[in-house]
Design a protein around this ligand. Structure first.
Ligand SMILES: NC(=O)c1ccc[n+]([C@@H]2O[C@H](COP(=O)([O-])OP(=O)(O)OC[C@H]3O[C@@H](n4cnc5c(N)ncnc54)[C@H](OP(=O)(O)O)[C@@H]3O)[C@@H](O)[C@H]2O)c1
Length: 279
């Protein structure tokens, strides 16, 4: 039986993908920040799919210590991992510095994802045809290496763009170094709650676009499933998928040493959490 670990699967694309994989006979472990929502999702998906191989790990992934613990809990109970789907996100439109000193969007969208990749690297390597899919949007804003916590002119959009830029650049570097396929998935506009708190007039625009061109979470989960199969069949790594097809990597603003600079920065920021043995 194949095993998937999906972050942010108490709602939206993550939850629909969990349901799809359960109905295809997979074992699924979801990660969510709220225990009640995790329990409700597990019960709902068991009832809907009649596949009881679903469980939840409660973890606020904006906190690296918790992301590390979630990986340790997973590893205690699982010997293989076919799909690591890095999907959790919530856009913080206010500048929040976490208890660990990181800007919250960057911690949740980028640092916790890279930490999970590193923590789960060995089990992924041990599982034939395993893969990592990181779910991102199209907008990117080059990281200001001198102002990683965005003290200057913070906006939620800038923070979102910066972690997505970082994931984008990290994926290229990771794929040039590692053997586990890491690919980006851009779902397009999907009818979920994620953009509901956007400041106006963006909120009204998104609402309208959702009605006009937004796709359902079920369609998005179907797209994820097709993409996973394409990645496995064609041994893709460091590729970018949009909707259900591979697309060219979006052009991002990048200076010549950014890839290495980001790699080194990431290493230094997540290192303390890599060294801790959580259980
Ligand atoms: N929908 C779109 O049009 C669209 C477009 C481009 C990219 N994306 C990306 O697609 C991914 C999925 O988004 P979605 O649209 O499905 O949004 P969603 O319905 O809001 O789902 C996001 C999930 O992430 C979880 N989450 C949020 N913060 C978390 C935290 N600190 N720790 C653990 N889990 C957390 C949420 O938990 P709760 O249930 O507790 O809120 C929820 O389960 C995101 O990465 C998003 O940026 C979406």
């Amino acid at each position: 039986m194949k095993t998937a670990l999906i972050t942010g699967a108490t709602d939206g694309i993550g939850k629909a993908t969990a349901k799809k994989l359960l109905s295809e006979g997979w074992k699924v472990i979801i990660v969510g920040r709220n225990a009640a929502r995790c329990n409700a999702t597990v019960s709902e998906l068991k009832a809907a799919t009649k596949n009881y191989e679903i469980s939840a790990i409660v973890s606020d992934l904006a906190i690296l210590n918790e992301a590390g613990k979630a990986c340790a809990v997973f590893l205690q109970e699982n010997k293989s991992l076919d799909l690591l789907m890095l999907n959790a996100n919530a856009i913080a439109n206010d500048r929040i510095i976490t208890s660990e000193g990181f800007e919250q969007n960057f911690a949740l969208g980028f640092l916790s994802r890279t930490l999970m990749i590193k923590k789960l690297e060995q089990v992924l390597k041990n599982t034939p045809n395993s893969q990592i899919l990181s779910v991102v949007g199209l907008d990117t804003v080059r990281l200001d290496f001198e102002d990683v916590t965005i003290q200057n002119s913070f906006t939620g959009r800038k923070a979102l763009g910066r972690w997505q830029w970082s994931m984008n650049v990290f994926t290229r570097e990771y794929s040039s170094k590692q053997t586990i396929p890491l690919n980006l998935y851009m779902p397009g506009l999907v009818k979920t709650k994620i953009l509901a708190n956007e400041p106006q007039p963006m909120r009204a625009f998104v609402k309208l676009m959702n009605v006009l061109v937004g796709i359902s979470v079920e369609q998005s989960a179907q797209n994820v499933f097709s993409i996973m199969n394409d990645i496995e069949a064609n041994k893709k790594s460091g590729a970018c998928y949009s909707w259900k097809k591979e697309r060219s990597f979006p052009k991002v603003e990048m200076k010549s040493d950014d890839q290495k600079r980001l790699w080194d920065l990431t290493d230094s920021l997540i290192k303390p959490y890599l060294q801790v043995h959580f259980l």
